[in-house]
Design a protein around this ligand. Structure first.
Ligand code: SAH
Length: 376
């Protein structure tokens, strides 16, 4: 723990951009990527193009996955020229591409501007059935959870919808495959970039967009209750996860600053409201840290919270990072914790595997550079 304290944000290594600024778009030039069909319609009309062109542009971006405007051959040449003149069709810039030697995981670093790095991870399941991309929603994170490497980075802002979606477009192109599932569990707090995240999720879900079902998309929060409540009020159709990580208010505050502003009791209230009003299960994520949150009393309190929420699942995740001075639990410690939990709750408990640890691509490791041996 003491070691973690000495790692201030200022002390985090500076990242070097590999160019990037030339790809930064001036605000006044509309970016085609990231727009909804309605927004494209408005854009077409403002450019003097027929409204129905919007559907062709929309399909070209998200379904046909065109990478430059010349590929949009359903449009007239004049329309293409107009779009070239008055809009932009940018890409985030690929930096590192690391492949795990232990499993099929690949971690990609992208630049979204000078000194602005984000990461996305390709995670195929062992049997090849499920292929997940874990994407970032912000450049760094303001939350500073004590166990998470992203908290060590300087926060550099929200991602635009197009930068969120471009992670998926590029990762799929680089691995030569399509994802079956998307999780907003990379860098950042999705509820702090609510509007851009939800817009991206709706384009991902849309049959004429990426065509993924809503339940193949999971949005995760460290517990920003205002965002959860908005998600409920908007009746969003996506899977939702809360990173609970400690069942006692004071101890939760000591490892997650977010608990000061959005206290545990309010968080549990929001979770109850979610299951009641949306009639779906909510997922609690629980990073297991020995001597911090793995005691029998912790398991029993977590079970009590799960019983109070109508429908929920619990994902337990062994701590992946070691920069904190904390250690990863042994298999026996995990087994014990899960046993105490199971004794007191009927909620399904998933013991989440942590693929990509060797390339710092597992939960909580995004922002740690390169392969593990380099970072130790
Ligand atoms: N800010 C959002 C989105 C990030 S999700 C959120 O917190 O939910 C990242 C997930 O990885 C969270 O469930 C978090 O609790 C978990 N995590 C963070 N650091 C970890 C670590 N060192 N080991 C294992 N899991 C970790």
């Amino acid at each position: 723990m003491n070691r973690r304290k000495s790692l201030s944000r200022e002390g985090a290594p500076k990242r070097l951009a590999k160019g990037g600024s030339s790809k930064q778009m001036k605000e006044e030039i509309p970016v085609l990527k990231g727009k909804t069909k309605k927004e494209l319609e408005e854009l077409c009309v403002s450019l003097g193009l027929e409204k129905y062109r919007a559907a062709q542009i929309y399909t070209g971006i998200y379904k046909s996955r065109y990478t430059n405007l010349d590929q949009f051959t359903t449009l007239s040449k004049e329309a293409r020229e107009k779009l070239k003149q008055h809009t932009s069709f940018p890409e985030i810039e690929l930096g590192r591409d690391l492949a795990s030697k232990e499993d099929g995981t690949r971690k990609f670093t992208f630049y979204v501007g000078e000194n602005k790095e984000i990461e996305a991870v390709w995670i195929p399941s062992g049997d090849g059935g499920r292929k997940t991309i874990c994407i970032s929603s912000q450049i760094g994170c303001t939350l500073n959870c004590k166990f998470c490497a992203t908290g060590l980075l300087e926060y550099k802002g929200n991602l635009h919808t197009w930068q969120i979606l471009d992670q998926i477009l590029q990762v799929e192109r680089l691995v030569g495959d399509r994802a079956t599932n998307i999780v907003f569990m990379g860098m950042g707090e999705p509820m702090h970039n609510y509007f851009s995240v939800m817009k991206a999720a709706h384009i991902l879900r849309d049959q004429e967009g990426f065509g993924l079902g809503a339940l193949r998309i999971t949005i995760s929060t460290a517990g920003v209750t205002t965002g959860i409540n908005r998600f409920i009020e908007n009746k969003e159709p996506f899977n939702f996860a809360i990173s609970l990580n400690h069942p006692n208010p004071n101890s939760r505050s000591s490892i997650m600053d977010v608990n000061d502003k959005h206290p545990l009791d309010k968080l549990v209230e929001s979770a109850k409201r979610f299951t009641k009003e949306l009639d779906r299960a909510i997922t609690f994520e629980y990073v297991m840290i020995p001597d911090v949150n793995m005691g029998r009393d912790n398991a029993e309190r977590l079970a009590k919270i799960s019983r109070s929420v109508n429908k929920c699942k619990i994902n337990v995740i062994p701590l992946n990072t070691d920069f904190t001075g904390w250690r990863r639990p042994t298999d026996d410690e995990v087994k014990d914790f899960v046993m105490h939990l199971k004794a007191k709750t009927t909620a399904p408990i998933l013991n989440r595997r942590s693929p990509g640890r060797d390339i710092n691509g597992a939960c909580g490791m995004l922002a740690l550079k390169g392969i593990r041996s380099e970072t130790r």
